[in-house]
Ligand binder design. Structure first.
Ligand code: PMP
Length: 457
């Protein structure tokens, strides 16, 4: 990349190691430096305008210039910019938010524990479950069942729960005791002649076998995203959650719904759990909880999880876990205002309405080469590209087509995210039907360019 000395691009290359980035390639291509945002749009340092069709990282629900969130942060900064919640200390914003989240939960919940990121929240979940098993006199009950292609974060524990190769390879993960069962992606994993329902039955049977093989009394919980996000936007097949929950209920195994992407309206319902009749014992949330204006996440648990843990803290004398910024007052105030905006402006209903329109229009891309599958629900979708529509094999090196489509979309003024050869779309909840049309129209122009590129070899 030609960069002027001392330009932001040159200094970024010089000083900044990026998350989820090929560090060597970054030295050649440099960063895309964003400067400001307005509504669904962001502007780069050269002044080019883009629709942020990934809402950042699946997270900016209310758009990029919401003054009410700025105002909520400023007011709280002036009043009490920081306080902690250790050792019985509390403050209004954390209390208000904990109460609000419990009231919003689709099933009866008991307590909220705050963290700063989804990864920390899932780490906390694992520690809560281990602590609970010890408290119940069941020290053998420590294993957690997750799913291939599930995404739950990148810390040592949450990275183990994640079921993606690049989060494990070279990091010596997963930790022992984390098991991965099959991914509920019907189009890719379904067998010849198998119905969606039969596929779901097969996955539930696999879960049952795994539990039997490991010993039901060794399993602490099952974790899943209602709709998988970072693993390629996987919408579960018909009957999947019902069948999975039946297996878990039979063995009295707690269920964790990772709502970090699905929560706060993404699927057209307030929580993804509502869409599929999921009755979780633990819900994990982040991202759209503050529209990511500030980092914050939460673990919400029911009495079945909380009560034995509370007993153990009483025996030990304290709960030896918590972050300096757990329940940070400024983040909590922003989250509360963000939830108010989502409710007042009917953004969940808007996501359902605009989402249905966007999904229907995106489905029309299915007939274009090299599209393998278009999938999604509400305001989360993906276009998966393949080299061979019959075998569903990639074209050359995996990820080539995805990267090409992401680049072609960027030329069209739309930011999407390639996850291998799957291109994810997850625009802010404030996206209008016209803006959704702009996104879909750009795909119509960009995909033939990828096909042409493919034809050239
Ligand atoms: N769970 C899910 C479902 C996620 O999508 C993510 C982030 N993409 C995480 C957990 C981890 O969150 P964070 O990046 O804030 O650690």
């Amino acid at each position: 990349m030609d960069t002027l000395p001392n330009s932001p691009e040159a200094r970024d290359i010089e000083y900044h190691m990026h998350p989820y980035t090929n560090a060597r390639r970054h030295q050649e291509v440099g960063p895309m430096v964003l400067d400001r945002g307005e509504g669904v749009h962001v502007f780069d340092s050269a002044g080019n305008r883009y629709i942020e069709a990934m809402a950042g990282l699946w997270s900016v629900a209310v758009g990029f210039s919401e003054e009410r969130l700025v105002e909520a942060a400023v007011q709280q900064m002036r009043k009490l910019p920081y306080s902690h919640s250790f050792a019985h200390r509390s403050h209004g914003p954390a209390i208000d938010l904990a109460e609000k989240l419990i009231q919003m939960a689709p099933v009866p919940m008991s307590k909220v524990f705050f963290t700063n990121s989804g990864s920390e929240a899932n780490d906390t979940v694992m520690k809560l479950l281990w602590y609970r098993s010890n408290a119940m006199g069941q020290p053998q009950r420590k294993k957690i069942i997750s799913r291939l292609r599930g995404y739950h974060g990148i810390t040592i524990a949450s990275g183990s729960l994640t079921g993606l190769p690049y989060n494990h390879k070279s990091f010596d993960l997963p930790l022992p005791g984390v098991l991965h069962v099959g991914c509920p992606h019907f189009w890719r994993e379904g067998q010849e002649g198998e119905s969606e329902e039969a596929f779901a039955t097969r996955l539930a049977a696999e879960l049952e076998e795994t539990i039997q093989r490991e010993g039901p009394d060794t399993i602490a919980a099952f974790i899943g995203e209602p709709v998988m996000g970072a693993g390629g936007v996987v919408v579960p097949p018909k009957g999947y959650w019902e069948k999975i929950q039946a297996v878990l209920k039979r063995h009295d195994i707690p269920l964790i719904a990772d709502e970090v992407i699905c929560g706060f309206g993404r699927t057209g319902r307030m929580f993804g759990s509502e869409l599929y009749g999921i009755e979780p014992d633990i819900m994990v949330m982040s991202k759209q909880m503050t529209s990511s204006y500030l980092p914050m996440a939460a673990v919400m648990m029911n009495a079945r999880i909380f009560e034995p843990i509370a007993d153990e803290t009483h025996r030990i004398g304290t709960f030896g876990h918590g972050f300096t910024a757990s329940g940070h007052p400024v983040a909590a105030a922003v989250s509360m205002e963000n939830i108010r905006i989502i409710e007042e402006r009917g953004l969940v209903e808007q996501a359902a309405r605009v989402g249905a329109h966007m999904q229907a229009r995106l489905r029309a891309l299915s007939d274009m080469t090299p599209v393998g599958e278009v999938r999604g629900v509400g305001m989360i979708a993906a276009v998966e590209l393949v080299g061979d529509p019959v075998t569903k094999a990639p074209h050359g090196k995996p990820g080539t087509l995805g990267a090409a489509l992401q680049a072609a979309m960027q030329d069209e003024g739309i930011l999407v995210r390639a996850l291998g050869d799957t291109v994810a779309v997850c625009p802010p909840l404030i996206t209008t039907e016209t803006q959704a049309d702009e996104i879909v129209d750009a795909f119509h122009r960009a995909i033939p360019r990828v096909a042409a590129h493919m034809a050239q070899g």
